[in-house]
Design a protein around this ligand. Sequence first.
Ligand code: F6P
Ligand code: MN
Length: 346
Amino acid sequence: MDERVTLRSHLDRSALQTPLHGAALADVIKAIASASIELAGLIADGPFAGITGRHGGINSDGDQQRDIDVAADEMIRRALRGTPVAAVLSEEAALPETLRPSAPFCVAIDPLDGSANLDNNISVGTIFSIRPRGNDLLSTFFEPGTAQCAAGFIVYGPQTTLVLALNARVDVFMLDRHAQEFVQTRQAVQIARNMPEFAINASNHRHWHGPVRTYIDECLSGISGGGDADFNMRWIGSLVAEALRILVRGGVFLYPADARPSYREGRLRLLYEAHPMALIMEWAGGAASTGRRRILELAAKTPHQRVPLIMGSVHHVRDVTAIHDRIEPMFDNSDAPLFARRGLFL
Ligand code: F6P
Ligand code: MN
């Protein structure tokens, strides 16, 4: 690393480029980053810090909550209370909490995504989305994802990594544990265009709708099967780790809707998972879609709404949407070969 650019100095510089509430926005991001440093310590100490991994209860959406989820939620809320945030919507609560109603920003956050992975010492993360407060405070969350002014995520893994989408670019920072501050390691990230690598939970193959099954079958068929590349596969089961991999080396991630009633809208949440990831992907030169619609154009109707998410390089996301375009949505659920197999290589 040549010049040491800290997150703090990066934010101070960005604040000057964003005259309207630029400094306030920087303060919100600094608060989330500070909370994440504290949380990284707690995750690393785990049982030595009293984290048992036991379930504390059920969150607003019926997911099992662990003690670390509750601790992460409290840390983030505490950090945001001192900042210019009007309201915060967390995965861990049914409704947004009003903080300072006249403040300029609203935050949607997943304080600790994928906490079950901690049992196996696999990376987990915090995902955040920031948008300017609208005239009506709570309806701010129900504006399309294009309303976001910043987004990011933190990966608690072998290293603690913070990815930040701000001012139409994406930068990556790594926690210097000794200095307890984030330092820039990649700037103005651009997603690789043609990396043949996909990530999907393949155990759901039998539930997928025709277009997704067709796309993945074509990836698997490889060059010898008539495809245009031999694809590699990765599946970590941790959204932040998959997203970081795409930013670092490209590829495509899919968490589609499928035929099971509880997966009709996919698995991931629009406001604090898909929207922020979509902003990050697009500002890094990639794309994010449901297969039929651009994620950033969607507006949530409920705080914890789910959505299918396909994200990564433009080239791959376009291939997936091209297959969807050839198949009427009414046949998504059909197993008939005519509807299920009209792929790219017709
Ligand atoms: O939402 C939690 C999460 O762990 C995500 O990080 C990840 O993408 C997904 O669930 C994995 O789900 P599955 O259970 O299908 O592997
Ligand atoms: Mn989550």
